[in-house]
Design a protein around this ligand. Structure first.
Ligand code: PGA
Length: 253
């Protein structure tokens, strides 16, 4: 199974627009069977989009959650509540949230809470930059090891890793990553997963690529990079581009 996950970030501004984009993607996904299409809108729109999601193939997720099911945590969102309203996936440890102060320890608590609530955690890891000495390999390995700390090995079926090199994310990206960059890193990630959870569970965790994925570069990451799918930012708000990414993934899956 391959995954095409859209991370809408803090877009769009209105529910109306969210419905329009969602409906377009729903239409494009109607016949998709080999790829799982997941959209993670801002929290405010998860509930309103559920009625649209009920009849199609698009699955709803969220972009973040608290580590606790309830508590005196102003402004946080309960993973328990998210699961009850119907969210199936939650992104955790996105670099933009890590940039706001989220630590590996916070992320580790969140992914366990997400999985214990029956949802799938999409754990993001990725280096800030690539140094010629290759220290970025150790950086990602350590980030992954620490973020997985305490995650029950019995729940690895509710875990997905998204490798997102920070230098390749967003409009400020210096250059997109190459499929070979992903391939190399996914081997290291797999090795850490096996170290954390054992061979069988470690090998079963999907590894997605994220960072300036679009309709033009998606194919290479699947064929040459052997990615299990994508975490898409900007292009997931563009119905045409995202639909093409879905179609490519469905064809290659
Ligand atoms: P991008 O964002 O596709 O716009 O580079 C990816 C992400 O941040 O998940």
């Amino acid at each position: 199974m391959k995954y095409v996950v859209g991370n809408w970030k803090m877009y769009p501004r209105s529910e109306r627009e969210a419905r329009t984009i969602f409906s377009g993607i729903k239409k494009a996904s109607a016949k998709v069977t080999h790829a799982k299409v997941v959209l993670c809108p801002p929290h405010l729109f998860v509930s309103p989009l559920l009625s649209l999601a009920r009849s199609g193939r698009v699955i709803l997720g969220a972009q973040n959650s608290s580590h606790a099911d309830e508590g005196a945590l102003t402004g946080e969102t309960s993973p328990y509540a998210l699961s009850r309203i119907g969210a199936k996936y939650v992104i955790a440890g996105h670099s933009e949230r890590r940039g706001m102060g989220e630590t590996n320890e916070d992320v580790a608590k969140k992914i366990s809470a997400i999985a214990k609530n029956g949802m799938t955690a999409i754990l993001c890891v990725g280096e800030r930059e690539r140094d010629p000495g290759g220290a970025y390999f150790t950086e990602v390995k350590e980030q992954l090891r620490a973020s997985l700390s305490g995650f029950p090995s019995t729940l690895t079926r509710r875990l997905i890793i998204a490798y997102e090199p920070i230098w390749a994310i967003g409009v400020k990206a210096k250059k997109p990553a190459e499929p070979g960059d992903f391939r190399e890193m996914s081997i290291l990630i797999k090795r850490q997963l096996v170290e954390s959870f054992g061979k069988k569970a470690g090998f079963s965790v999907p590894i997605l690529y994220g960072g300036s994925v679009d309709d033009l570069n998606a194919e290479g990451f699947l064929t040459e990079g052997k990615a299990d799918g994508f975490l898409v930012g900007r292009a997931s708000l563009d119905v045409k581009k995202f639909s093409t990414i879905i179609a490519i993934t469905e064809r290659i899956a």
